[in-house]
Write a protein that binds this ligand. Structure first.
Ligand SMILES: Cc1cc2nc3c(=O)[nH]c(=O)nc-3n(C[C@H](O)[C@H](O)[C@H](O)COP(=O)(O)O)c2cc1C
Length: 296
């Protein structure tokens, strides 16, 4: 819609902030000091909204975005924002023990709201969510996941089948499967099958599946960043959560599980998080060190 490109010259203060923040340098000053959109670069606009978000006078307009519907006001007056954030990330842990009570829909909606604010690599957002709020559905899925892992363990130990997995999974995933998942699952399967412990779904009262259309670009990174936003939001809301890589492969590959969770056929289930009210409160955090931090 050509008519939606606009720099309102009466409102524009010519501060140049939109010129600077446009990631694709689509906005420029002309020789008279007026701001305008470069015709030859308009096609590069991916509606990130930076130019409209930064303009103090709402002078800039790009197609498909409206000040009324697509933006919200920000309050940056909180001088304790860093302290709150620091405390949040220092007190978060992966929660795998939950009170056996459902998570109210209103809290799940807040987690979803936070996930929607996660930055995409480039718009439009590819992240699709399935929020499982029905504990019965999670219990129903558990035996099918166990069967999936029983079969996978057998295949990983079979000389021909494991070559097939190596080829289709790729090097990083295959090494994880052989070195991490195989020994763990061999150990865990008897207790999983007898119902003694649930090391897959952790008796979680709620779960969020992160998936995306497999024909879109660069969606995996977006999905994991979305998970991170969800984990932090859950913790801020007094919930506990854990990212769970053990869950998605079974849903991705098993048609019954796909149907149970109503995953669209064209989507790949990449990531998941379980959440609920934590059973325990941690008394202290754990220090961590990265293998390398270089300042150059
Ligand atoms: C990408 C990712 C995948 C994970 N997958 C699992 C999983 O399948 N099962 C599990 O019990 N924990 C899983 N976790 C949780 C990690 O084991 C946990 O975050 C890690 O041990 C650090 O502990 P903390 O989160 O309490 O600091 C995963 C975490 C991440 C970031």
């Amino acid at each position: 819609m050509e008519s939606n490109w606009l720099v309102n010259q009466e409102l524009c203060k010519r501060c140049g902030s939109c010129v600077d923040v446009c990631p694709n340098r689509i906005i420029q000053f002309n020789d008279e000091g007026h701001i305008f959109f470069r015709e030859d670069r308009k096609w590069e606009c991916f509606q990130c909204g930076h130019c409209m978000a930064i303009c103090s006078t709402k002078a800039v307009q790009v197609p498909e975005l409206s000040y009324e519907n697509d933006f919200y006001a920000v309050d940056d007056s909180q001088d304790n924002a860093y302290r709150a954030y620091d405390n949040l990330i220092r007190t978060r842990r992966a929660i795998r023990n939950f009170k056996q009570k459902p998570v109210p829909r209103a809290l799940l909606e807040k987690v979803v709201d936070a996930i929607q604010l996660a930055p995409p690599g480039f718009p439009p957002c590819k992240t699709e969510l399935t929020i499982v709020q029905d504990m019965a559905l999670i219990h129903q899925a558990q035996p099918m996941m166990i069967v999936f892992y029983e079969k996978l363990v057998k295949m990983l130990k079979h000389p021909i089948a494991k070559q097939f997995i190596k080829k289709s999974a790729g090097r990083e995933k295959y090494i994880t499967l052989q070195n991490h998942l195989l020994p763990l699952m061999e150990e865990r399967l008897p207790d999983l099958k007898s119902g003694k412990e649930d090391t897959i779904l952790r008796n979680a009262p709620a779960m969020i599946l992160f998936h995306a259309n497999r024909n879109t670009e660069n969606y995996r990174a977006d999905l994991y960043i979305a998970v991170t936003f969800g984990l932090l939001a859950a913790h801020a809301l007094g919930l506990g959560a854990t990212a769970m890589d053990i869950i998605p492969p079974s849903i991705e590959k098993d048609t019954t599980l796909r149907a149970l969770f109503q995953i669209p056929a064209e989507n790949e289930v990449v990531a998941s998080m379980i959440l609920g009210f934590p059973k325990y409160k941690y008394q202290r955090g754990i220090k961590r060190e990265l293998p390398s931090i270089q300042w150059v």
